[in-house]
Design a protein around this ligand. Structure first.
Ligand SMILES: C[S@@+](CC[C@H](N)C(=O)[O-])C[C@H]1O[C@@H](n2cnc3c(N)ncnc32)[C@H](O)[C@@H]1O
Length: 234
C-alpha cells in the first residue's frame, strides 16, 4: 500500500533496539496505564494500537478480546509482526486504516501521528478512527506534556521537539473536536546511567542532552508528564 502521508519517526525508526530501552523506562509506576484503563478499558474488547511502531506495547494487551496493530513503516512492521502471536499487525496509517467500519472498541495512539500544530492538522486521521470505531468506542492519544516535569524542560530547550507542537495548541485542537485532555505525571526510570544517556542523545540535540547530563550527574531517572486526549465515538 502506498502511504504518501507517512513520515518516518526520528527515534524508533533510527534505532529500534534503543527505543525498546526507552519504552522499558516509561511509566514503571503504572500511572499512565491506570489512567488508560480508566478512560478506555480494553479487557474483553477489540483494541487497535495505531502507529504501533515495532509493537513494543502489543503484548501488554493480553486481556483484550483481540489486538490489532497498524503501522506505516515497513521496517518496524516486520518487528511488530513477531512481537506476540496474539496481535494481528497490518500495514496502514492513521489516514488509511485497513479495517472495515465499526471494527474496534478502543484505539490507542502512542506518540504516533496525532501532533496537531499550526502546520499539521490530523483531522483526516481522526475521521478514519471514527470510521473504524464502533459507536461508544474510545480513542486515547498519548502525548507529551510540554509544560510540566523534567522531560518537558528538555522539550522546551529542544528545537526538534517543539516542532511537534505546544500543549496549548494541542489542547485547544482536541477540545474543538469534543475530546477531553487529562494530565498524568510519571517518570522515565532506566536500569543504568548508560541507558539514560543513550536515550537522551537519541531524543534531543547534543547540546540539550549533554547539558542535562552534566547538571544531573547521579541520575538514572527523570519526571515525565503525559497528556492523554480521549475522544468518544458518539
Ligand atoms: C515514536 S514512534 C512510537 C511507536 C509506538 N507507538 C511506541 O510507542 O512504541 C511513532 C510511530 O508513528 C508512526 N507513524 C508515522 N506516521 C504515521 C501515520 N500517518 N499514521 C500512523 N502512524 C504513523 C511511525 O512510523 C512510528 O512507528
Amino acid at each position: 500500500m502506498d502511504l504518501p502521508d507517512f513520515v518516518r519517526s526520528g527515534n524508533q525508526a533510527v534505532d529500534p533496539e534503543l527505543y525498546d530501552i526507552e519504552n522499558e523506562a516509561i511509566d514503571r509506576s503504572g500511572h499512565v496505564w491506570d489512567e488508560l484503563e480508566r478512560l478506555a478499558p480494553w479487557t474483553g474488547r477489540v483494541l487497535l494500537d495505531l502507529g504501533c511502531g515495532s509493537g513494543f506495547w502489543l503484548p501488554r494487551y493480553q486481556d483484550a478480546a483481540k489486538v490489532i496493530g497498524v503501522e506505516p513503516d515497513t521496517s518496524l512492521l516486520h518487528i511488530a509482526q513477531g512481537r506476540t502471536g496474539k496481535a494481528q499487525v497490518l500495514h496502514g496509517s492513521a489516514e488509511h486504516i485497513p479495517l472495515p467500519d465499526d471494527a474496534v472498541d478502543v484505539v490507542h495512539a502512542r506518540f504516533a501521528y496525532f501532533f496537531p500544530t499550526v502546520d499539521f492538522d490530523p483531522t483526516p486521521g481522526l475521521l478514519e478512527v471514527g470510521r473504524v470505531l464502533r459507536p461508544g468506542g474510545t480513542l486515547v492519544v498519548i502525548d507529551n506534556d510540554t509544560e510540566e516535569g523534567e522531560f518537558a524542560d528538555l522539550l522546551k530547550a529542544s528545537s526538534w521537539a517543539t516542532s511537534q507542537g505546544q500543549d496549548i495548541y494541542a489542547r485547544d485542537w482536541w477540545r474543538s473536536k469534543g475530546a477531553r485532555t487529562t494530565t498524568v505525571m510519571s517518570s522515565w526510570e532506566f536500569d543504568s546511567r548508560g541507558d539514560l544517556e543513550a536515550v537522551l542523545r537519541l531524543e534531543f540535540p547534543e547540546g540539550v542532552a549533554g547539558d542535562w547530563l552534566e547538571t544531573h550527574p547521579d541520575r538514572n531517572h527523570l519526571s515525565y508528564g503525559y497528556l492523554l486526549h480521549s475522544w468518544y465515538q458518539g
